[in-house]
Design a protein around this ligand. Structure first.
Ligand code: ZN
Length: 268
């Protein structure tokens, strides 16, 4: 089947469902104050829904990408766009793009209607994480980067320099953190947003952790869909919030004991 640029009604129903989830999660991020101004970006690998479709006569925008991502179809938010606008004007501030066969360019097949629209400046990070997921976590399709307040505050605390100690402190705050962020968090040293260096450090973190904090900046998680990726961030941030509240009240939390933590392992 040959298709040119798609409108929302002609997208596969499953893709529309994924877009609805993105709008819902964007609303959560905005109401939690995790998405000020143009903070954050989201992408979803939709390649599986477009296997039978080819796209012709669409403008190709040159963008050299790793060869392994040739042919991928991704939903991505736009650079400079406000995540809160995903709630009610998703077609303007995000797009679905298809990477060409030699990964030298992409074409926008849906959305991107805002004047001067361009995909997120973090495109290279998102693309590299999707490629990593294809082999490491084949069921993971979504990547969410946002600015969770308490995780950012925690990244300023010296405890963050000791990954084991940080995760132990978070897991001890309540059972949910142990069970639903089972591999814990890692903290990537400060690096410039949008850099390939940050992308590579993030992927190193995702090899053994569920959430990667970008020191003094924000956090990123990947999951089966945007909701699952959000859940990792939400539960990890809850642990950080509880820990900071205990410290703010000027006591060191007693925390779950090692035996109590051990008892939770059957739920992992
Ligand atoms: Zn950010």
């Amino acid at each position: 089947m040959i298709n040119s640029f798609l409108d929302t009604k002609s997208l596969p129903a499953k893709v529309r469902e994924e877009l609805d989830k993105v709008s819902r999660i964007a609303e959560y991020l905005w109401t939690r104050e995790w998405a000020e101004r143009n903070a954050g970006n989201i992408s979803v690998n939709l390649t599986g829904y477009f296997r039978d479709q080819s796209f012709e006569d669409l403008e190709e925008i040159p963008c050299p990408l790793p060869k392994q991502v040739a042919g991928l179809v991704l939903f991505v938010t736009g650079t400079g766009c406000y995540l809160r606008h995903l709630i009610d004007r998703i077609e303007e501030v995000s797009c679905i793009l298809k990477i060409n066969d030699d990964a030298s360019a992409y074409s926008i097949i849906w959305g991107g209607k805002k004047e001067g629209f361009r995909p997120t400046s973090e495109l290279i990070s998102h693309v590299k994480i999707h490629y990593f997921n294809l082999t490491a976590n084949p069921t993971y399709t979504a990547v969410v980067h946002t600015h969770p307040i308490e995780l950012i505050v925690l990244s300023h605390h010296p405890i963050i320099l000791d990954e084991e100690k940080t995760n132990h402190a978070l897991w001890r705050m309540c059972p949910e953190v142990r069970v639903f962020v089972p591999r814990g968090i890692s903290c990537a040293p400060y690096a410039l947003s949008g850099s390939e260096e940050l992308a590579d450090i993030t992927i190193e973190g995702l090899k053994h952790r569920d959430v990667v904090i970008w020191e003094k900046h924000g956090a990123l998680a990947t999951g089966e869909d945007v909701e699952t990726a959000f859940d990792y961030l939400d539960v990890a941030n809850k642990g950080a919030k509880l820990l900071l509240m205990a410290w703010a009240a000027n006591f060191e939390p007693r925390g779950l004991t090692d035996e109590e933590l051990k008892g939770l392992e059957k739920f992992l």
